[in-house]
Design a protein around this ligand. Structure first.
Ligand SMILES: *[C@@H]1O[C@H](CO)[C@@H](O)[C@H](O)[C@H]1NC(C)=O
Ligand SMILES: *[C@@H]1O[C@H](CO)[C@@H](O)[C@H](O)[C@H]1NC(C)=O
Ligand SMILES: [Cu+2]
Length: 317
């Protein structure tokens, strides 16, 4: 009798748990669609740009050895790499409908040595953060979060590859962190991309981190009880991880002198440089706001900074 009851409890908790979680299942960039890894299918024959992962369950320890690219995150036998233009938008799609609306969204890049990321161990790479969205409005207790925006946006998240990032081979790591229970739940997945047409702004030492290493279980943005009394009036939230790529350049040193060299004003086709982004106008789909964002907030005409996703988009009427 006891054994039977225990079995029942196991069965009924195991299945919904799997269904209540998930991960990135596909990507799109520049009109191309990329199916991701299927964690519950046989690895044999799977060809995808995504690094293999094995379970819908979250990682619940900031020091877990698989925090970089999930378990196990090593390249597949038929690993592919997508070619992605610097300055273009790349979208990751989670399973529908993503269930966890409380917590931040984060996107990282790590450059791989050599001519491909295949063979690179994700836990030895240095990562820099190119996108983040934490508490967007309201309180920690019942405000609007990056995660909620991801759900509202078709359970997907779009990040623009900065046009300043040097060309080369990278892992891109999309992450959603769920804070509805403690400990925090990490859902990272990685894909291999080759960035083309990039710039020359290398991330600074302060912007580079490892996974594990970038987070601790005591980080204020991770060790957080969103149902506490304090949370009901708290309107600030510290997104975990390093400062955003480019934020040091944008906020510390006096702005570099405008490049007076012969270069004529950039044409509309040219992606904005960091320095121009810091003083004024953000291109379409560029980031123009959000928690922790310190860059330019005014959009080039005719776009406006949408509250929905803090990108320069066609004004909603
Ligand atoms: C929503 O996401 C799914 C993949 O999860 C995709 O097939 C579909 O095209 C997306 N819909 C829109 C409107 O982007
Ligand atoms: C941001 O939101 C606007 C308005 O909903 C939408 O048109 C645009 O495609 C979104 N941009 C991205 C990059 O998701
Ligand atoms: Cu879940």
């Amino acid at each position: 009798m006891f054994a039977f009851a225990a079995l029942l409890a196991l069965a009924s908790s195991a299945l919904p748990a799997a269904l209540a979680h998930g991960g990135v299942l596909s990507y799109s960039n520049g009109g191309n669609w990329y199916e991701g890894w299927s964690p519950y299918n046989t690895p044999t024959g799977q060809t995808t740009i995504q690094r293999p992962w094995s379970s819908y369950n979250p990682i619940q320890d900031a020091t877990d050895p698989t925090l970089a690219c999930n378990d196990d995150g090593t390249a597949g036998a038929l690993q592919l790499t997508a070619t992605v233009a610097a300055g273009s938008a790349i979208t990751a799609y989670w399973n529908q409908v993503w269930p966890h609306a409380i917590g931040p969204m984060l996107t990282y890049l790590a450059q791989c040595p050599g001519s491909s990321c295949t063979g690179s161990d994700a836990s030895t790479l240095e990562w820099f953060k190119i996108d983040e969205a934490g508490l967007l409005s309201g309180t920690v207790y019942d405000g609007q979060w990056g995660d909620g925006q991801m759900i509202a946006d078709n359970s997907s998240w779009t990040t623009t590859i900065p046009s300043t990032v040097p060309s080369g081979n990278y892992l891109i790591r999309f992450e959603t962190i769920a804070l509805h229970s403690m400990p925090a739940q990490f859902y990272p997945e990685c894909a291999q991309i080759e960035i083309t047409g990039g710039g020359s702004l290398a991330p600074t030492a302060a912007e580079l981190v490892t996974f594990p290493g970038a987070y601790t279980n005591d980080d204020p943005g991770l060790n957080i009880d969103v149902y506490s009394n304090a949370a009901q009036t708290q309107t600030t939230y510290v997104i975990p991880g390093p400062p955003l790529y480019g934020s040091a350049a944008a906020s510390s040193a006096p702005a570099p002198p405008p490049s007076t060299s012969a270069a004529p004003p950039a044409t509309s086709a040219a992606p904005p440089s960091t320095s121009s982004a810091a003083v004024g106008t953000v291109a379409q789909y560029g980031q123009c706001g959000g928690s922790g964002f310190s860059g330019a907030t005014s959009c080039v005409a005719p776009f406006t900074c949408t509250v929905v996703n803090r990108t320069c988009s066609v004004p909603l009427v």
